[in-house]
Design a protein around this ligand. Sequence first.
Ligand SMILES: Cc1ncc(COP(=O)(O)O)c(C=O)c1O
Length: 379
Amino acid sequence: MKTPLPFERPVYVSRPALPPLTDYVRRLETIWATNILTNMGPMHEMLELSVGERVGVGRTSLWNNGMTALVAAVSALRLERRKVIVTPFTFPATVHAIALLGLEPVFVDIDDESLTLDPTRIEEVLDPEVGAIVGTHVYGRFCDTKAIDVIARKHDLRVIYDGAHIFGRRAPVMEKQPHVLGDITMLSFHATKLFHSVEGGALITASEDLDHRLRLIRNFGIVNEHDVRGLGLNGKMSEVHAAMGLSMLDLMDAEIDQRLGIASRYVEVLSSIPGIRIVAGGEGIVQYFVLRIDAEEFGSTRDDLHQTLRSLNVISRKYFSPLCSDVEPYNALPSARNLPVARKAASEVIALPLYGGLGLEDADRIADIVRWHQKGKNL
Ligand SMILES: Cc1ncc(COP(=O)(O)O)c(C=O)c1O
């Protein structure tokens, strides 16, 4: 095997898809004509409806980003108990949303297969102070929502899912099962996601009461010009962002198809390499393409592979590493200490570039770099 040539320009782990500019400009012209820029205008209402239809369950509210939405979701629960169980294997936003509200995150280890919160470990950490569970649907793979629901009912706990990664699926995104949403599920429409509105997010809930509460929080708690009720923030998505979301929705299925093609090229080469486990990318879930590297079997560490890829201009990501439980201020918590499954996963995961515009030849080149690295760079 020849020494691979470096890519001329950096190939990042994701690159936002963009609609044809004429399509977006057409929507902007409508905004210019109506002069409505925000405060739940027509673009917002149309996107909210379309996202809800694609999700397939519950009531959908749009937000200006996923993190604000998550803070609002935790706040809407009006928890009386001050501890919240959370996965350490997630993006910092998940844990910040708890801590910013003055609540204490309690880390629970993850399942080695799904990399999501391990339901069998939850009851070990329960005490009368725990009021809720926040799980993350990692790389678009769902938590064990059924098992979590059983525990939540038994101990009267609320449940929130960080579903930042799940809106990259074909419709319907979620099965109609009573436990699938928890109390509230968040989606992120950040530019790094398969579907995006540049910045944006959504909250889904089956509860009419929670939906109503969330909509109040989204707009400063304002009921009408005479009445403000409870705490609120500004979580509104602007018309300009909603217009981008509407344009992107039209492209979504094509983007999924392109990514599936790229993922299957990766799988062809990588699945037979010793020490590699493909943990995301394929079977209709193409938000990310993620490998786990078993250093002993693979013959080198994930960090070595990451370095080789970088040296050839492939900017892979160690996603999620570091663990949230290993960074300040969370590393001082007692629950941050004993998380062996999450810690091992964080040292083994590596996300390879996956986006519609990548091109099959580039995917082949990247897969070949991984193979060449594993063969000791000398075949
Ligand atoms: C798991 C997870 N949660 C939360 C977020 C935050 O979402 P946003 O960027 O829309 O605020 C992200 C990343 O964007 C994420 O990957």
